[in-house]
Design a protein around this ligand. Structure first.
Ligand code: FMN
Length: 309
């Protein structure tokens, strides 16, 4: 039996597999399709202080090798999350990482503070791909200075929870924003969020998404995500001893193993869940079989062991 346990900044996970924020709701939505208790951790949809209805439809479009979404952070808001969703999440018996979003720095602080003493919550994942309303709508996550500021401010109110900063790929060099998050006190980094993208209905000469633009995810982004994980691991995470959670186009066990070899400790799955939620367990079992074939006793034996040509 290979040992699949990993440790993300002090949080012990039974295996590296988790859900990617926004693609598995608050867990109950998928309860009929897959036994989520078998995961390493559960990551929630982005939570904001007030409820949000999100963008009008169409807000999801399938592309040739992925999907475009412009959900607009639709969520039940902090109070309903605490009252209704936390008790449901407790039944999973897994570490829960709550993804937190906001238009202002204060939004992140409000939600993070409210979760500091909730036992089932073990980490806050900071979605910094949101436009900062105060700074003219530029996403927090594209400016290293702002990444450091928001990380520092949120870290100060995390309490027992670890702080995972989720990096945007919509930057020139993701190692710069990764370094800023680590300087700000991030306990772990997750990457990548979606790529800003557009698809056009040529007959109507209009974008397919009501929001015009959206975020690209799925198989199309996987090799770029692997490169970014490798770059962040070698430049920032390994030297600083900060664990990485990788996501972007994971569908088969091989995709997850690529991330582990490139330096990720955890692997999250998003778009692939829409086609087959059970792929989560197939991934876990595929990693175990791979480790067995490689003669590795533990998944930690292969993390970051990529050999460059
Ligand atoms: C429909 C949908 C909704 C998403 N919602 C969120 C969200 O609320 N917060 C967030 O940080 N990321 C969100 N994401 C991004 C995913 O968590 C993930 O970073 C990205 O999709 C790449 O992984 P994948 O290719 O496996 O989907 C969303 C992605 C999709 C497809």
């Amino acid at each position: 039996m290979v040992d699949l346990r990993v440790n993300i900044a002090g949080v012990e996970l039974a295996n590296p597999i988790m859900t990617a924020s926004g693609t598995c709701g608050y867990a109950t939505e998928y309860a009929d399709f897959v036994d989520l208790t078998q995961l390493g951790a559960f990551v929630t949809k982005s939570i904001t202080p007030a409820p949000r209805v999100g963008n009008p439809p169409d807000r999801i479009v399938e592309t040739r090798a992925g999907m475009l979404n412009a959900i607009g952070l639709a969520n039940v808001g902090l109070q309903r999350f605490l009252d209704e969703k936390i008790p449901e999440l407790e039944t999973l018996g897994l570490p829960v990482f709550v993804n937190v979003a906001g238009a202002y720095l204060e939004d992140y602080i409000t939600v993070t503070e409210a979760l500091a003493d909730v036992p089932i919550v073990r980490g806050i994942e900071l979605n910094i791909s949101c436009p900062n309303v105060k700074e003219g709508g530029i996403a927090f996550g594209v400016d290293p200075r702002q990444v450091k500021l928001v990380t520092e401010a949120v870290k100060a109110v995390c309490g027992k929870n670890i702080l995972i900063v989720k990096l945007s790929p919509n930057v020139t060099d993701i190692a710069e924003t990764a370094a800023a998050a680590v300087e700000g006190g991030a306990d772990a980094l997750s990457l990548i969020n979606t790529f800003t993208a557009m698809a056009i209905d040529v007959e109507k000469r209009r974008p397919l998404l009501a929001n015009n633009t959206g975020g690209l995810s799925g198989p199309a982004i996987h090799p770029v995500a692997v490169y970014m994980v490798h770059r962040v691991y070698t430049r920032v995470a390994r030297p600083a001893g900060v664990p990485l959670i990788a996501m972007g186009g994971v569908q088969y066990w091989r995709d997850a193993v690529e991330f582990l070899l490139a330096g990720a400790t955890g692997v999250a799955v998003g778009a692939a869940l829409f086609a087959d939620p059970r792929c989560l367990l197939a991934l876990r079992d595929g990693i175990a079989a791979y480790l067995d074939r490689q003669g590795a006793a533990s998944v930690t034996d292969i993390i970051g062991t990529l050999r460059l040509n």
